[in-house]
Design a binder for this molecule. Structure first.
Ligand code: ADP
Ligand code: MG
Length: 239
């Protein structure tokens, strides 16, 4: 089943003379297991597009479907439930809760999705997958940027989301750490079949793309297979 679909989506900010169409009449479908990278200059609409897909914001016009279901009729509570259960987020500035340990940050994602049993076990099981075994008890300020982003990846994946949205995930990392974070996301995509949507203006990130979407002035100007070829469908596992 198509994971998400934008049908003629426009998102505008402001009114009248100050109105900006951040994305204009964009249509796009994302299939299970994709590893798609969005690039394009600053201001081209990457964040706006990912915010629509992630239900962080609502289209001004057009429709967003998640797993085939239209979202425009959902109220704010239903949208936040959808986000909590189905979508993992990774941000440029990691966005961990500073007073919680790494483990508690990961547990929080399950708690917000309403899970009450097995939370600790499930959260702990993520740490070896992101190579953070032994650092579960540290707070974000006791971790490097790369380690914080690994915690954020664990938090995004622990609830087995239908897709993970990563907006400029390497922008605050040095090149070595950025490469490692990309390699980790690629590995998780291959091992778990998790669908990733990643925005970047870093050319090194582009090399990891399976599908490469270039944006300009709020529109998709190209959409093609990247250098890294898609795995055979039978090699993908459903989460
Ligand atoms: P990108 O992520 O590619 O840099 P954005 O989606 O952030 O692009 O921005 C697209 C356009 O929308 C830009 O012209 C930007 O100034 C505008 N924009 C983004 N967010 C807002 C907002 N909250 N209010 C007004 N304009 C915005
Ligand atoms: Mg952006």
């Amino acid at each position: 089943m198509t994971i998400c679909e934008l049908r003629n989506v426009t998102k505008s900010y402001g009114e009248g003379a100050t109105r900006v169409d951040a994305i204009k009449n964009v249509s796009l479908a994302i299939e299970p297991g994709e590893f798609t990278v969005f690039s394009g200059p600053s201001g081209s609409g990457k964040t706006t597009l990912l915010n629509q897909v992630g239900c962080l914001d609502r289209p001004t016009d057009g429709e967003l479907l998640i797993e085939g279901k239209p979202t425009s009729a959902l109220n704010a509570h239903a949208l936040s439930q959808l986000r909590a259960h189905k979508i993992g987020f990774i941000f440029q500035s990691f966005n961990l809760v500073p007073v919680l340990t790494a483990l508690e940050n990961v547990e929080l994602a399950l708690q917000l999705a309403g899970q009450t049993s097995g939370v600790r076990e499930q959260a702990l099981a993520m740490f070896p997958k992101v190579s953070l075994t032994g650092l579960e008890g540290r707070r974000p300020n006791q971790l490097s940027g790369g380690q914080q982003q690994r915690v954020a990846i664990a938090r995004a994946l622990v609830k087995v989301p239908v897709m993970v949205i990563a907006d400029e995930p390497t922008a605050n990392l040095d090149s070595d750490n950025g490469e490692q974070i990309l390699a980790l996301m690629e590995q998780l995509n291959a091992d778990l079949g998790t669908t990733f949507l990643i925005s970047t203006h870093d050319p090194r990130v582009m090399a990891h793309a399976r599908r490469r979407i270039v944006m300009k002035d709020g529109q998709i100007v190209s959409d093609e297979a990247g250098a890294r070829q898609a795995a055979a469908p039978e090699a993908r596992q459903s989460p």
